[in-house]
Design a protein around this ligand. Structure first.
Ligand SMILES: [Zn+2]
Length: 339
C-alpha cells in the first residue's frame, strides 16, 4: 500500500478514525511477528546492482537500513527470506483487515482516485508504444479492483490477476476475475503470451526484485511492457523526513532511486522507456508531519515558507515542480522486453 495513495483516503474522510487506530494495532502485531524470526534473516548484496559494499544509515523498529555505496539504493539488510515473507503476507493481520474492512469501505473512492487513473495510464502506455489486442497481467492484484477496472475499460483482450494470498485471490474470484492464486515464479503459461505486466507498489516488498523481473521477462512476449510503481528514495518527502518518513516501514525492503531502478531493469533484459514521478502528495505529507508536531521546519525557513506560510498559494505549484523533475517519492517505470 502506498502512502501517497493512502493520503487520498484520509482527505476524503472515508476511513473513520477508529479504523486507522485499529490498523495501527495490526501493524504493530505484524511487525512483532516478523521480527520474532530475525535469527533466520539473511544478508544480501545490493538488490539493484548486486554490489557488496554498503553502509549502515539507520536502524528503525529493529531493522537495519543500509545504502549501497555504488548505486545509493537503500535496503534492509539482513532481511527476511522469501519463505518468511510468503508466510508473513498470507497471515498478515493488516492485509486481512484491509481486505475485510478498509477496501470494501473505500472501494468507490479508490476506484475513482487510484484505479481508474492507473488503468488510463496503462492504456496510454500501450497506445504510445504500439501494443494492440493486449493481454494484461497484474502481479499482486490484492482486492482485484485494478483488474476489475481494466476489464471494464474494454481495452484489453485478456486480464489476468496474480495474487498469492488466499484472501486477495478470493476477493478477485468474487469479482469474476481470472486469478492465479500462486506466486509469480510458480506461474506457467503455454508460451510468452502476455503483452503487458503491471505491478503497483510490489517490488519494494520483495526479497528479490530481480527474480520478479526475470519472471516477467519469461512470461512477456518480445517487445512486451512492464509497468511498475514503487517509492523513490530520493523523492521529496523521503529526503526531507529521512528515517521518519512513513514510507520507511517493515514491509518495504527495497528503496530504489531512478538510476538504480533503471540499472536493475536494464540488467534483467529490458529497455527502459520512461521513468516518471507522478506523485501528488509529497509536499502535503511533509506539511502534515509538521502540523502534527512530528517534524519541525524551524531550521529550514525556505521550506517553512512554502509548506506552511504560503501553502495555499504555492503548494500545488511546488508539488507539480517535484513531480515534473523526478523529485517526487512516487515513481513509475516503463520498460520493454528486449527482442
Ligand atoms: Zn547498488
Amino acid at each position: 500500500m502506498n502512502n501517497q495513495e493512502k493520503e487520498i483516503f484520509r482527505e476524503t474522510d472515508i476511513r473513520p478514525d477508529e479504523m486507522i487506530e485499529k490498523q495501527e494495532a495490526y501493524i504493530e502485531a505484524d511487525r512483532e511477528k516478523l521480527l520474532r524470526q530475525e535469527k533466520d534473516f539473511v544478508e544480501i548484496s545490493c538488490p539493484a546492482c548486486n554490489s557488496g559494499g554498503s553502509e549502515l544509515i539507520f536502524v528503525k523498529n529493529g531493522l537495519r537500513y543500509v545504502t549501497c555505496k555504488a548505486c545509493k539504493t537503500l535496503y534492509v539488510n539482513p532481511r527476511p527470506t522469501a519463505e518468511i515473507l510468503g508466510k508473513f503476507y498470507s497471515e498478515s493481520a493488516v492485509y486481512e483487515y484491509w481486505n475485510k474492512s478498509i477496501y470494501p469501505a473505500s472501494d468507490n473512492a479508490r476506484r475513482e482516485f487510484v484505479f481508474r487513473p492507473r488503468v488510463e495510464k496503462i492504456v496510454n502506455f500501450c497506445k504510445k508504444y504500439g501494443l494492440e489486442n493486449v493481454a494484461m497481467m497484474e502481479i499482486g492484484a490484492g482486492y482485484g479492483t485494478f483488474c476489475d477496472e481494466a476489464r471494464t475499460s474494454g481495452f484489453f483482450k485478456d486480464v489476468i490477476a496474480i495474487e498469492p494470498t488466499r484472501a486477495g485471490a478470493e476477493s478477485c474470484r468474487k469479482k469474476k476475475i481470472n486469478v492465479l492464486e500462486q506466486p509469480i515464479e510458480a506461474v506457467s503459461l503455454d508460451s510468452s503470451v502476455i503483452d503487458v505486466i503491471a505491478s503497483f507498489e510490489v517490488i519494494e516488498h520483495l526479497f528479490s526484485p530481480k527474480e520478479l523481473l526475470i519472471n516477467c521477462s519469461r512470461l512477456l512476449r518480445k517487445g512486451g511492457l512492464v509497468v511498475f510503481s514503487c517509492p523513490n528514495i530520493v523523492g521529496f518527502d523521503n529526503l526531507v523526513l529521512g528515517s521518519a518518513s512513513p514510507t520507511i516501514d517493515h514491509e518495504h525492503l527495497n528503496y530504489f532511486n531512478p538510476h538504480s531502478l533503471e540499472h536493475l531493469v536494464t540488467t534483467c533484459g529490458f529497455n527502459v522507456l520512461e521513468i516518471l514521478t507522478p506523485g501528488k502528495l509529497d509536499a502535503e505529507i511533509v506539511r502534515k508531519q509538521v502540523l502534527k508536531g512530528n517534524y519541525t521546519l524551524d531550521d529550514q525557513s525556505f521550506l517553512h515558507h512554502i509548506l506552511i506560510e504560503r501553502w495555499d498559494e504555492l503548494g500545488l505549484n511546488f508539488q507539480n515542480f517535484l513531480a515534473d523533475n523526478r523529485l517526487s517519492s512516487h515513481m513509475w517505470i516503463v520498460a520493454s522486453k528486449k527482442g
